[in-house]
Ligand binder design. Structure first.
Ligand SMILES: [Zn+2]
Length: 109
């Protein structure tokens, strides 16, 4: 749940409402996500609790995933203006893309 929430937020660049459920219980909005470069062009996307500093990793990405995420943002832009058949088609593309991203993320975790 947490993961899919933050995944959506990162894709849409919107703040998400989070709770520090592993540590102090503080509730807060995540305004921006931090990124750390790891080995092999792999990037870690995460945020910290502003109260206790506890780190929450959202996901790991590599080059190919970041390209898919860019595609996803483009798709979401198109979806804002689409309706009817066009929207249905875009939604189909979106779920394919989502599954693709998830599969790749699972392999580099
Ligand atoms: Zn905390």
């Amino acid at each position: 749940m947490m993961l899919s929430l933050s995944l959506k937020a990162v894709n849409d660049m919107e703040p998400i409402y989070a709770k520090c459920n592993k540590s102090c219980g503080h509730k807060f909005y995540v305004q921006h996500f931090k990124k750390d470069k790891l080995h092999n062009s792999i990037e870690k996307t995460y945020f910290n609790c502003p109260n206790c500093g506890r780190e929450y990793v959202c996901f790991y990405t590599d080059e190919s995933i970041r390209k898919l995420q860019a595609k996803m943002r483009e798709l979401h832009r198109k979806m804002k203006w689409a309706d009817g058949d066009k929207l249905a088609q875009l939604k189909q593309e979106e779920s394919k893309l989502k599954a693709d991203i998830k599969n790749r993320m699972d392999t580099i975790k």
